[in-house]
Design a protein around this ligand. Structure first.
Ligand code: COA
Length: 254
């Protein structure tokens, strides 16, 4: 399995572990993450969740081959199940992205409460460049967190940006040396695990306020468009170009 899930000291860790493919996420991996979150939600011994990769790589986002072969269909698809589970997760979630954090590797952070990035982190949301549209309610959350122009620059151009810029944007709490980020995030999660769980849950619920309804609504809206665009020729050209190691050519599309 390319996702490690384990619980220790009140912290459920969900870790990407597919280094040969830069931790690209398949449907089976999304299912494991969704199941890991559901189990963490149900287990009173779990007080906080930690999402990590390695000190070298968070995730290259959706596995493009798997995505083309098994496009998500319907609300119960593993990817939507994972994103809904994460966005509605009542307990605190801490993340420690290091290295590449592409696509959902960046957008999942918008649903985490505390994010500690390695100084080697490279974030990107290249949905438009892949012939797709934003997912994980990033079309709502990124402008809300980072401001319109900054979010538009990232979501329209899809260019990567570093840990310090992500911190300025408000996506990241703190930037640490890559070798220390995961340990620091774990220590922060341990602090949360020692606090009264009901207080943390109520604080998080109150902070979310009206966003608690707006986020799933936007995610559902994005999901319909994303599913359509995934089957369109623009995405096919972008995905094929990636595997053929060439630049995509969108000149024939209107
Ligand atoms: N889906 C499927 N396979 C992927 C992948 C992805 N998203 N990202 C990387 N891989 C694979 C590569 O095909 C390569 O496989 P190979 O060794 O069999 O050829 C391997 O992982 C290593 O990737 P590589 O591109 O050689 O690493 P890099 O360090 O040069 O670049 C990235 C890393 C993440 C910048 C680059 O792989 C990339 O741009 N990936 C696509 C990201 C993306 O578009 N994600 C989808 C977002 S919705």
């Amino acid at each position: 399995m390319s996702i490690d899930v384990h619980t220790e000291g009140g912290i459920a860790t969900i870790a990407f572990a597919r280094p040969d493919k830069k931790n690209a996420i398949t449907a089976a991996m999304y299912a494991a993450m969704a199941d890991g979150l559901a189990a963490a939600a149900a287990d009173p011994a779990v007080r906080a969740v930690l999402i990590t990769g390695s000190a070298e790589c968070f995730t290259a986002g959706n596995d493009l081959q798997d995505f083309l072969a098994n496009p998500p269909s319907g609300d119960d698809s593993p990817v939507w199940r994972f994103l809904r589970g994460l966005s509605g997760f009542a307990k605190p979630v801490v993340a420690a992205p290091c290295g590449v954090a592409v696509g959902v590797g960046t957008t999942l952070l918008l649903h985490c409460d505390l994010v500690y990035a390695g100084d080697n982190a490279r974030f990107s949301v290249p949905f438009a460049a892949l012939g797709l549209c934003p997912e994980a309610a990033s079309s709502l959350l990124m402008p809300a967190i980072a401001g319109w122009q900054r979010a538009a620059e990232k979501l329209l151009l899809g260019e990567s940006f570093g840990a310090e810029e992500a911190r300025e944007m408000g996506i990241v709490n703190r930037v640490l040396p890559a070798a220390e980020a995961i340990g620091f995030a774990r220590a922060q999660a341990a602090k949360l695990a020692a606090l009264p769980p009901a207080s943390l849950r109520e604080t998080k619920r109150l902070m979310k306020g009206a966003m608690a309804d707006a986020i799933p609504a936007r995610m559902a809206e994005e999901g319909v468009v994303f599913g359509r665009m995934l089957r369109a020729p623009e995405a096919r050209e972008a995905f094929t170009a990636f595997f053929e190691k060439r630049r995509p050519d969108f000149s024939r599309f209107d």
